[in-house]
Each structure stands twice: as C-alpha cells, then as structure tokens.
Design a protein around this ligand. Structure first.
Ligand code: GLN
Ligand code: ZN
Length: 763
C-alpha cells in the first residue's frame, strides 16, 4: 500500500495561537516557557490532526518559532558575530535578535535581511556567511522534535533544509563564494544525520528546492559533492525533495545523487512524471506531490489518478508515496472552520487538513478500495458540476474579453504627444510633487471601520467620518503645497480586499490565515469565479475629494497583476485569463473615474515583480501578459488623462524593459533605502516616461531632511531628465504617524522648490 505523507504543516495555528504567543513574549508579557508550551501544544495538535486525517508518516522539524531557514543557520552555528553576545545571554533572545533586530541592554542590532521564499508570499531570513565561516552542529532541534513526537506515539521523518539550497539561499557578506563553504558545512550535516539514525529515524527529508531553478555547473558540482559526502555517513535513508516546479534540466542530476527517494512536484509540473519515472534509480522511492500545497482547491481526480496509476504501474505501490506538492505551510489549516461559505464553494475547496484526507482516499483507491474509488468519482462529479455553475461562469464577461481587440491595450497616442496634451490640460509645475496614495490609518479610523463592520456604527456615521478624514487630508496637502493630491484611502482596509469585496468572483474566509513571515499572517482572498464589477468602486470618494480642491486629485486603483498575485486563484482557468478579467473590471473603473472628472489615475502594481516565474526562460511569457493586462486596464482613456503606476521594490534591472512597456505616463518607485542604487538600471536603459524615484523611506520612522532628499534627487538627475522627474515618497503612508508624515512631506516640498530654483525652472 502506498504511504500518505507530507513535508510540512502550517505552524501558526488555526486561530493564530503562535502569533499571539510570540507577540506576547516579545512585549514581555509572557516568559519563554509560555511560548515554548504553546509551540509544543501546536506541534502535538498538528501531528494528531495529520494522523487523524490519514497520514501514515508525519514530518518533524517542520515547525519553527519564526523561520525554517533561520533555524538551519542557528542549528549549524552560522550566527554572525554581532548577535553572539545576545545568544550568550539567552539563545532564544539571540534567535529573535536575528529575526527581528534587538534593542536592549546596550545592544542595537538590525535584523537579518528578509526575502521571499521562491515565488511564495512567505519570507525567510537570509543567513549571512563569510569566507572561512565555520559550522558546527550547535543545536538539537530536529532530534528534540523527533523524540518529542515519538513520546507521543508518532514515528516522524525529520525535515531539513538541504546543504546546497541552504548555501544558495544565504548571502555572502564579503563577496566570497558561498559554495566554497560546502566542505566546511558537510561534516555538521553528516553528524546530524548520524545522530538522527542513532535516535531511530528511518528516513530524513532533505529539501533542495533550488533544484527547480536555473543552475550553473558550479551549483551542480556542489550537489554532487554534497550528496556523495552525505551518502557515506552513517545515516537514515534520505528523501531528496524538490518542489515549486519541474526539475527540468536538473532531473538527471537529482536522480543520480546518492539518496533513497525523490519528491517531485506534480501539480506545477505534472508533465515531468514520465521523465522522472525513466530517471528514477531502481531502489528509489518516488514521493509524488499530487495535491496542491500552494492553493485552496480540491484536487481533480481526473488529473491526479492517471499520474498515480502510471507511477504505480511502473514502480509498484511500495515505492510510491503520496504527498502534497510542497509543504502545506502555504495554505490555511482547516476548511471546517469556514462555516459561512456557500456549500458548493466549500465543496470545491481543501485546506491543509482536507488535502491530507484527499491523499488518504487516493492511496486507498490505488489499493483497490471501492469506496475510495467511488468517493473520487463523486469528487470529480462535484467539481464538474461547478464548471458551468452560476457565479463561476459569467458569459457576458467572457464575451467582452473575446471581443476586446489588441487596440484595447493601446493608448490613443504615443507618450510624447500625450505629455504635451497633459501639460496643457493640467498646468503642473516642473518637478511635480505627489504621494503614493494612503495617509496614516489612525486608530480612530481602524476602530470606526471595525465598528461599522460589526454593525455598531451605521453607514451615515461611518461615511461622515470618512468624508471628514478625506477633507483633512486634502486641506493638509493644499496647505503644504503638494501638486497632485490624493484622498488618502481612509476607506480601505487592504488594497486587495477593498476591491475584491466589490467584485463578483471573489470570496473571503474567516480563518484562512497563511504565514507571511514570523508572526505576520495574511488572509488572501479567494478568486473562485469569473471577475465582474458590479458597480463603480472608487468613484464616490475620488469625486468627493476632487470636489474639495482645484488641484488635480489622483484616483487610486490596485492593478490586475497585484489583485491576482495576492489572492488564491481558481485553478480551472489559466492565471493570465483571470488577470484579463480583473483588467477588464478595472478598465471600466478607470473609464468611470475619467468620466467623473478625475484626470490622474494611479494603478498600483507592487506585485508585478514577485509574479516572475522561477526559471528565466518563463519570464517573457509572463511579462507579456502581465504588461498587457496593465495596459488593458489603462488603455481606454483620453490622452489628457494621466496614468500613474507604483511599484515598491528596487530590483529593476532585469525587468526594466517590461516596466517601460507598461507605458504609464508616470511611475513611482522605491529607491531611498538603496540610496538610488536602482537607478543603475537607467544608465543602461533610457526610461522614456515620467518617473518618481522615492525620496522618503516610509518603512522607517526616521524623517529625512531637505538636504538629504536633495542629495537623492541630484543622484537621480545624473541618469534622468528634469522634464521626466517627479518627487514623491517611496510608498504609501498608511503605517506612519501624522507628525512624521507632516514633517517629511513638508521637507519634500521644500526639496522640490529648492531644486526648481537651482535648475532655474520656475513654477
Ligand atoms: N496606493 C497604495 C498606498 O499608498 C500603494 C501601496 C503599495 O504600494 N503596497 O497605500
Ligand atoms: Zn509601495
């Protein structure tokens, strides 16, 4: 019989118990023991839940108090010197110092850098390594969790981040070659494997997700060297795990590495099965990742069963394990908590627990249990019934999209001529100033929104509050002399949720939390059906704001790619089709804003870059449809209407051509943290349109003065023309406090004035 297993479970807890325990500990309200008790309770609960759902083998060491990559660094003593004194006082404080920085007892330590875990919305801490780095097995977390589980009656498979992915995901602080550290690292891994074998572990899983990336010859050589070294050590059997994509040109390498089993992602890359079966060594186990660890839908038996039957026919049941495509940490825990969902919607969905139950049914069906086969047939029939169901398909929208010709993605004139029309229409000063959209979300605003949601504050009272807040924001901007104003977005809880709630095709969960980093969780909305706009979404507050002032008021929308990227997306349509539907809804909104007299419209795309596929070869296709969707949203307007976009990241070099192809009249980007480093991209490539490189880092409470902003602007002018330069902060101001914002924006306007007179551009 095939085993049901998985490589990781969400650790935050159904009700975000870990978040609460962490934050209470960080505040100093509870001691270390209370936190460790909650962590132990969650591990115990999750192991039991998985076993009850039908898992035969459960993992351990998939739990983390903060992040599994940080755990690995600490386990092997890759602790930068600056944190050591805190570690010496308390290992737990040292660990959190690396995770979040530390300011106490004379220490003032910044955290490790954080970055996205492959193409997920999970962020890991980037270990810092240097030439001559030493590694030792300094901790016993995997062993301790293995023993803890055994004491509870569970035989677990410890999960470790593999040595090569660990090094590739780290950064070298002195520019030395990370892979040169492999020989220093391997003995510590070998020692750990020996200890796990002694403790009674039959299998250990080594995660090597970097095997799905583009690798060069050095990377491949590192893999060969690493696994040759680990193969001779006294060790449990090794399951080498790849996920998030196809092994592709790394398949031969992955299959020849000395291990005892291989996990492959057959959700993202079902087509690789035949090649994987051909390459699999005769004694290897195949762990088939057949249910989606990245999304919330029930699997389709018509897709999964043929894969499993093909594998079973080739290698037999004993060598075939059934698993989710990747760790379940990227999906919420339990759909049973979602009692408010429509029954047909709920029937089509699966969270972590339901995914394990599905795997159990597949395993039973492979073993010939007729009830399991019947259950899968019923599951498929249920999903088929959804295909044409009301709410899922909107024939009108589909017809509109089909009718949309290629000209829909084009502005009427080229940028140069639009620019002339716009400056005649708007009379902005040179080096115009603006902000990114949101103003501080005060406590009073948040409380009012919560009370309104709970039905304790009626619409009239809530609307009056929003109107007063918008007026205050408008008057403030007028007073300090900003040129293009915003309404401040006080009515928005979240830039995706606000729109999702007003669009058909979206649903929202109660407890659908997914860890983003540390104690931070997001509750992504779910796109289950065709997207359609029911009514104008932003026109009311934007036109109210415009009615308060003679200055141009910028309408604010969240772009189609960002709406897609920060949601769980239906899996019965290509992502690009869903994105086009969103683009069409936004296009109508843009049109209505324009008709209501809003002459500047910003379509934010902060998530455009994070949607990039893991393999470079797949970038052009993605960028082509992503850019086209933006252009569809923006394409219907008159020349006089100025389209802005905003992106909050600084890694521009490799996508600058695509950003230019979006053809926004003005783009605002994050640059102040890197001291305008990103402008390097503009040395190589002459960005043609208007651009506002941020001069105020809103991620920090620090307020830069006019001179500092002027310094940044001078750097920008080394690669940009004065005619194309806008002056703005890095990102929205909603997380900042009013006093800092007032001061910073005042100084920003001062910097603009100073630069205008310096360049003898009069306003
Ligand atoms: N307009 C949004 C704001 O100002 C943009 C947020 C973002 O870039 N993530 O809050
Ligand atoms: Zn931003």
């Amino acid at each position: 019989m095939s085993l049901v297993t998985f490589s990781g479970f969400p650790r935050i807890g159904l009700k975000r118990e870990l978040k609460r325990a962490l934050e209470s500990h960080w505040r100093g309200d509870t001691g270390a023991q209370a936190l460790l008790d909650t962590a132990g309770m969650l591990r115990r609960r999750h192991w039991q839940l998985a076993v009850d759902a039908g898992a035969d083998v459960v993992p351990c060491n998939d739990f983390s108090l903060y992040d599994q990559v940080l755990d690995t660094a600490v386990l092997f003593d890759a602790i930068p010197a600056r944190y050591r004194p805190v570690f010496a006082e308390s290992p737990l404080d040292g660990y959190f110092a690396m995770a979040r920085g530390y300011k106490r007892g004379g220490h003032d330590l910044p955290a490790l850098e954080m970055t996205k875990w492959f193409d997920t919305n999970y962020h890991y801490l980037v270990p810092e390594l240097e030439a001559g780095q030493r590694f030792t097995l300094a901790g016993d977390k995997p062993l301790a969790e293995f023993r803890e589980a055994r004491a509870l009656g569970h035989r677990t498979r410890p999960v470790l981040l593999g040595p090569v992915s660990f090094l590739l995901l780290s950064k070298s602080v002195d520019g030395s070659d990370r892979l040169a550290l492999l020989d220093a690292l391997l003995p510590a891994y070998a020692q750990l494997l020996g200890a796990l074998a002694d403790a009674g572990a039959d299998w250990v899983q080594l995660d090597e997700p970097c095997l799905v990336l583009d690798l060069d010859e050095d990377d491949r050589a590192a893999y060969r060297r690493a696994y040759a070294a680990l193969a001779v050590a006294r060790r449990p059997r090794l399951l080498l795990a790849s996920y998030f994509g196809a092994l592709g040109d790394n398949l031969a390498l992955a299959a020849m590495l000395p291990a005892d089993g291989l996990h492959v992602d057959l959700v993202r890359a079902p087509d690789q099965l035949a090649a994987v079966l051909d390459a699999l060594p005769p004694a290897h186990v195949l762990s088939a990742g057949v249910v989606d660890g990245r999304n919330v839908w029930r699997s389709r038996p018509e897709r999964v069963l043929p894969l499993l039957r093909a594998a079973q026919a080739r290698i037999g049941e004993a060598r075939l394990w059934l698993a989710p495509s990747c760790s379940l940490q990227h999906v919420p825990i339990d759909l049973q908590a979602e009692t408010a969902l429509d029954p047909p919607r709920r029937a089509a969905m699966a969270f972590a627990r339901q995914k394990l139950e599905e795997l159990r049914v597949y395993a039973d069906a492979l073993a010939g249990h007729t009830e399991a086969e019947a259950a899968l047939a019923a599951q498929q029939a249920g999903l088929d019934a959804q295909v044409g169901a009301a709410g899922v398909v909107n024939a009108g929208i589909r017809a509109c999209l089909r009718a949309l010709g290629p000209q829909a993605a084009l502005r009427r004139s080229a940028f140069a001529s639009r620019r002339a029309t716009q400056s005649a229409a708007m009379a902005l000063p040179p080096l115009p100033t603006t902000t990114i959209g949101s103003f501080p979300q005060t406590d009073a605003l948040r409380k009012a929104r919560a009370a309104h949601r709970a039905g304790q504050l009626d619409d009239t009272a809530y609307d009056a509050l929003l109107a007063a807040e918008i007026e205050r924001v408008v008057r403030f901007q007028e007073r300090i002399g900003l040129d293009v104003l915003v309404h401040g977005e006080p009515e928005r809880n979240d830039m995706v949720e606000y729109f999702g709630e007003q669009l058909d095709g979206y649903l929202f969960t109660k407890l659908g939390w997914v860890q983003s980093y540390g104690s931070r969780c997001v509750k992504p909305p779910v796109i289950y059906g065709d997207i359609a706009r029911r009514a104008p979404m932003t026109v009311r507050w934007s036109s109210y704001a415009q009615s308060l002032t003679d200055k141009p008021m910028k309408g604010m929308l969240t772009g189609p790619v960002t709406m897609l990227q920060w949601s769980f997306v239906r899996d019965d349509l290509p992502r690009e089709t869903v994105c086009r539907q969103i683009a069409l809804a936004l296009r109508d909104e843009v049109h209505d804003l324009e008709a209501a007299g809003i002459g500047v419209i910003q379509i934010d795309e902060p998530a455009l870059r994070e949607g990039l596929p893991l393999r470079r070869g797949d970038w052009p296709a993605y960028l082509a449809w992503a850019v086209e969707c933006f252009r569809i949203a923006a394409g219907g307007v008159r020349d006089a209407t100025q389209i802005h976009t905003h992106m909050c990241y600084s890694e521009f070099n490799d996508i600058i051509e695509a950003v230019a192809a979006m053809d926004a009249d003005v783009i605002s980007i994050e640059t102040s943290r890197s001291r305008m480093e990103l402008l390097d991209a503009f040395v190589r490539f002459r960005y043609p349109n208007g651009i506002g490189p941020g001069v105020y880092d809103i991620h920090s409470p620090r307020v830069p003065d006019t001179a500092e902003m002027l310094g940044l602007l001078h750097k920008a002018l080394a690669v940009l023309q004065p005619e194309q330069l806008w002056i703005n902060p890095d990102c929205g101001l909603k997380t900042r406090g009013w006093p800092e914002v007032e001061q910073a924006l005042l100084q920003m306007v001062g910097a603009a004035r100073a630069l205008r007179s310096e360049l003898q551009l009069c306003a």
